[in-house]
Every structure is written in structure tokens, then in C-alpha cells.
Design a protein around this ligand. Sequence first.
Ligand code: HXC
Length: 258
Amino acid sequence: MSYETILVETRGPVGLITLNRPKALNALCDQLVTELGQALDGFEADSAIGAIVITGSERAFAAGADIKEMAGFTYMDVYTSNFITAKWEQLAKCRKPTIAAVAGFALGGGCELAMMADFILAADTAKFGQPEITIGTIPGAGGTQRLTRFVGKSKAMEMVLTGRMIDAAEAERCGLVSRVVPAAELIEEAVKVATKIASLSQPIVAMAKEAVNAAYETTLAEGVHFERRVFHSTFATEDQKEGMAAFAEKRQPVWKNR
Ligand code: HXC
């Protein structure tokens, strides 16, 4: 498949997607979002891929939805087409582990896209924000909901109501990103973490991801119940037998992904 707005490559068991509209700071136009969905589909279907990294350029992960593209849309245009944000949910629904590796601006839809990944690794140059309020709209790809769950009401309200950007250090302090690394090491580090995840049992990784995600969808009691059932079901896998036997025998496990 050839793409115009993204670059797609593999690094061993890791699928790497680079948003690539440098002149527009990776603004998320319809074509880019469509191509991103196609690339994710390809990696989801490829059993050699165990984890996916999404990144942008040094200057911008993505500076938001494409303002020039959407400026003239009417209510009926966006309502009828369920304006692109429905397509974006594909990243949030991806069954394989996903990491957003963010350098530079992650604004508006860019911040929302990063938050759809399983976790965000940030370069020390990263800047996050939901500046939609400053252009007469509000976040439309989950920003008011996911940001609030990541950072709590006060900071989410301040960011959404003022459009203030936060830097990488503040993003780490408030739990928006898992870690901050030097910009020059971002991709290498993200691929390293993704490779580690891909080296583990893929079905067990998928179960762990599902269980953590349940924390966002359910009450604590239901989430703990769901976790216990998934935990129990790991005992139905060959990889649980292999992992625990390997520990007892002081050797590395050989995962069967079964
Ligand atoms: C379209 C964009 C863009 C965007 C930047 N560009 N962001 N084009 N949509 N979101 C373009 C600029 O027009 C410019 O093109 C080029 O990229 C470089 O940007 P500059 O503004 O010249 O760079 P700089 O001065 O360094 O400022 C960087 C910036 C600024 C602070 C990131 O570009 C900016 O504020 N961008 C908009 C951020 C934003 O409001 N995002 C939220 C969008 S709404 P030219 O052709 O002039 O060189 C949104 C809603 C999501 O995301 C809801 C779901 C759909």
C-alpha cells in the first residue's frame, strides 16, 4: 500500500507509523486519518507485528485537525459525515498495544489522537494542548473526556477553557505521559519499549490491555471483577504454563502465543 500523508515501516516486530505532512505540522486532514486507519488495519492483520508506534516529526506530532479543511463545513456537513472523528476511534479500538511517541506540538486533535494510544512517551520538546476554544470550537475527538480522565478535572478544565499548552515536564507530572526522554532518543526508546512488549505473549498482552482499559469504562467493582475473570482465563493458556515453568526452571520462556 502506498501512502501520501504517512510513512509506514516495520522495525522487527514493531509497526512504525510516522505522520508526514511536514508543511502543515501534520494537521490531521481526512486523507491522513483514512491512511492511518488503513495502516493500523494492516498491522492488526499481520501476526508478525506485536506492537505499534505512532509518531510525528521533531517539530510536531500533530497540530490538530486540519483547520483549513474544516473551516467552511456546515453543521449538516459534519453531522452527516459524522465528521472524521468516528474514523479516529480506530486507534482507540486497536487490539494490539499502541504507543504514541510525541515530540513537538500535540494540539487539539493531535493531543486527542495521542491519548487514544495505550500510552504516550514524550520527548522533552513535547507540548500538549486543547486550543480549540481559541478558534471557536471545542475538542471533538474525545479531548474533554480522555484528558479529564488522564489529568483530572481542574487541569483539564483550565486547558480546555483557556487553550493553555503544557510542556513535557508538566505532562509527566500530571500523568498525561508515561515518561519523558531526550528528543534525539524518542523513536529509538519507543521502538525499544514496543519491542519489549512484542517479545511477550501476545494473547496475554492483549488481555492485560483489555483489563486496564476496563478501568475507563466501568465501576471499580465491575472492573475488579472483570480483571479477576481475565486473570483466571490466563490459566487456560499454554503461555501461562510456559511462563511459570520457565521461572521455576530458571530459564527464559518460549512463548507460543497460545
Ligand atoms: C491546518 C495548520 C495547522 C492546523 C498548523 N498549520 N496547524 N494547518 N490545520 N491545525 C499550518 C500553518 O497554517 C502553517 O501553514 C504551517 O502549518 C506552520 O504553522 P505556523 O503557524 O506557521 O507555525 P508556528 O508559528 O510555529 O506555530 C505553530 C502552532 C500554530 C502554535 C502549532 O500553527 C497553531 O496554533 N496551529 C493550530 C493549532 C490548533 O488550533 N489546533 C487545534 C485545531 S482544532 P502555512 O501554509 O501558513 O505555512 C482540532 C479539533 C479536533 O484539532 C476535533 C476533532 C476533529
